[in-house]
Design a binder for this molecule. Structure first.
Ligand SMILES: Cc1ncc(C[n+]2csc(CCOP(=O)(O)OP(=O)(O)O)c2C)c(N)n1
Ligand SMILES: [Mg+2]
Length: 375
């Protein structure tokens, strides 16, 4: 995606054909780092394909794919330190995998299982669960960043959202407090050009989303969100500044949602094949692959080995997911509150009683369909 005309910084190191442009960072030939970035993008894409297939066969509920936006998540995930905190939204599979969230946890989440948000790996124990209410996570992120600041910690928060989310009041409130209190938070906006069926051009009259930061007195910049090198470098720099008390930043990553909004959507109803085909020419995975091939560190046999390895990892995760026994309906309540509001305590008891009656009815007459008479 081309940047909009503005005086804000815009960073791109890799052109769509994989050629280096501009003034790349010193690490741009670090083969270990580059292959790690590439591996994670491929893993994310293969996991994504599998998650969509699981939804299509009724084994998980809705899923929000990341097709075309892998460079954003991988760039962010690789730039974060272990003790930074991620406050994500629902299109963050790539970042979450890098943070230590397990693939089966992501599947559990989208399968409606509370354990999908109770991350087992201590590396991501402080990260927040996926946030679906648009833009509300930006305020949670500021709360965490405020705690870090009060405690004098040298760490920072990353919060992500989509282009559409930047029109919400919560987003502006978060920017405002981040600026007023100079909080250690980096706002990463995945501008994938669409908020479900609403295109970016009619969401907001501002030429860039990055400039929304300026009204809050914080820095804003744009980056080519299909260039993982650029995303990684700009997030890395922003986090470094934030950790050292130099304030927040808003990074608008220009990408394109090559997939449907979620598995409940059909994007062909509101956008042309021509537009999508054009966006495919800029996609992030092939771009980095072309660069790696030009550096002489990638070829067809590396690709086949990587795809085979990643498919194996995804398959094992699916098996673990499918071997997980379903939770009881009362789990719905378990993680909501530390101290129970009276109304919810009552509802929880009602559910427990109803379940007990259903079990008793089933035990008395096993031929009955699962207690449907109980309402
Ligand atoms: C507060 C709130 N309002 C509306 C919705 C319904 N909704 C879900 S996704 C979405 C569009 C978000 O678009 P964007 O912020 O661009 O993120 P993207 O999905 O494109 O990554 C909306 C309106 C919601 N989840 N929460
Ligand atoms: Mg969007």
């Amino acid at each position: 995606m081309a940047p909009n005309a503005s005086s804000l910084p815009y960073t791109r190191y890799l052109a769509p054909d994989g050629q280096l442009v501009g003034d790349p960072p010193a690490w741009a030939d670090d083969r270990r780092l580059l292959t790690r970035l590439y591996r994670q993008m491929v893993l994310t894409r293969l996991f994504d394909q599998k998650a969509v297939a699981l939804q299509r066969t009724g084994r998980i509920g809705t899923y929000a794919p990341t097709l075309g936006q892998e460079a954003i998540g991988v760039g962010v995930g690789c730039a974060m330190h272990g003790d930074d905190v991620l406050v994500p939204y629902y299109r963050d599979t790539a970042v979450q995998l890098l943070r230590g969230v397990r693939m089966e946890e992501i599947l559990l989440y989208w399968g409606g299982d509370e354990r999908g948000s109770a991350y087992v790996d201590p590396a991501c124990a402080e990260d927040f669960p996926i946030c679906v209410p648009i833009a509300t996570q930006a305020l949670h992120a500021c709360g965490v960043a405020t705690a870090m600041k009060i405690r004098g910690e040298h760490r920072a928060v990353v919060t992500t959202c989509g282009d559409g989310a930047t029109s919400k009041g919560d987003f502006f409130e978060a920017l405002n407090v981040a600026g007023a209190w100079q909080l250690p938070v980096v706002f990463v906006v995945n501008n994938n050009q669409w908020a479900i069926s609403v295109p970016r051009r009619i969401q907001c009259a501002a030429p860039t989303l990055a400039q929304k930061a300026l009204g809050a007195g914080i820095a804003g910049e744009q980056v080519d969100g299909n260039d993982v090198l650029a995303v990684y470098e700009r997030v890395r720099q922003a986090l470094e500044r934030a950790r050292h008390g130099k304030g927040p930043l808003l990074l608008e990553c220009l990408s394109y949602r090559l997939c449907d909004h979620t598995t409940a959507d059909d994007a062909s109803r509101y956008r042309s094949a021509e537009e999508v085909n054009q966006a495919w020419r800029e996609e992030p995975v092939k771009r980095l692959q072309a660069y790696l091939a030009a550096l002489g560190v990638w070829n067809e046999s590396c690709e086949q080995a990587l795809v085979g390895e990643c498919q194996g990892l995804v398959q094992q995760a699916v098996e673990r997911f499918e071997a997980t026994a379903a939770q009881g309906p009362q789990a719905l309540f378990d993680s909501l509150y530390a101290r129970w509001p009276a109304a919810l305590a009552e509802q929880r008891e009602m559910l427990a009683e109803r379940l007990a009656r259903r079990q008793a009815a089933l035990a008395a007459n096993p031929a009955q369909p699962g207690g449907r008479h109980d309402g």
